[in-house]
Design a protein. Sequence first.
Length: 245
Amino acid sequence: MQANAFSQSGSGSTKTVAILQSSYVPWKGYFDLMNAVDEFILLDEVQYTRRDWRNRNRLKSPSGIRWLTIPVTVKGRYFQRIDETLASDPDWATKHWSALLAWYRRAPCFERYRSLLESLYLEMNERHLSEINRRFLETLRDLLSISTPITSSCDYSGGGDKSERLLGICHAAGAGRYVSGPAARAYLDEERFRAEHVEVVWMSYEGYPEYEQMYPPFDHHVSVLDLLFSVGDDAPLYMLGAHER
């Protein structure tokens, strides 16, 4: 089943969850998924994958798309979990903040968030990637006026293959509906969920409006920081669930 990005339970009594790996300052779609559910569960007990979204994201710069990447320790740790992964450069946060200043200080709404984000970056003392990501996710969630609580899959027992683990978390969390991003279609066993009385709803990321973005051409697939710096408190109006906020 594919539903409107912000559909909730029809009866108002069915708890809806999403279960996803943490990401570093992710794109707006990540937060639309968060806003579509009653509980957003971080699945960081799974293997860390290189060249993925766990420790990096894309932003705009005068010279085009640039990556902000948190360097992490990977040598000899080929099977480490996301929540076991450590930042390897103690100065990464200072470097990232300097880059954001260089690329966005002239953005219309940069000053609106400057003090908060500067403190977040320059006072960052976490080394575990999961904790770093969660700090940013919670801050950005609040700036986007999203009230969904963020929890961890480690709070829920269970095991098995991907579908079985996700289903187990749904049961442990008391959820009757699971909202998933479209990429999971490749492995998610919908029949198993249906047999266990958990409805699967597929998130759709179609229909985003454009906003006035620095450094054309326009690109939807950049960090949500770009949206905030560009339109400020109006950011939710450029996301999929604007009418439900």
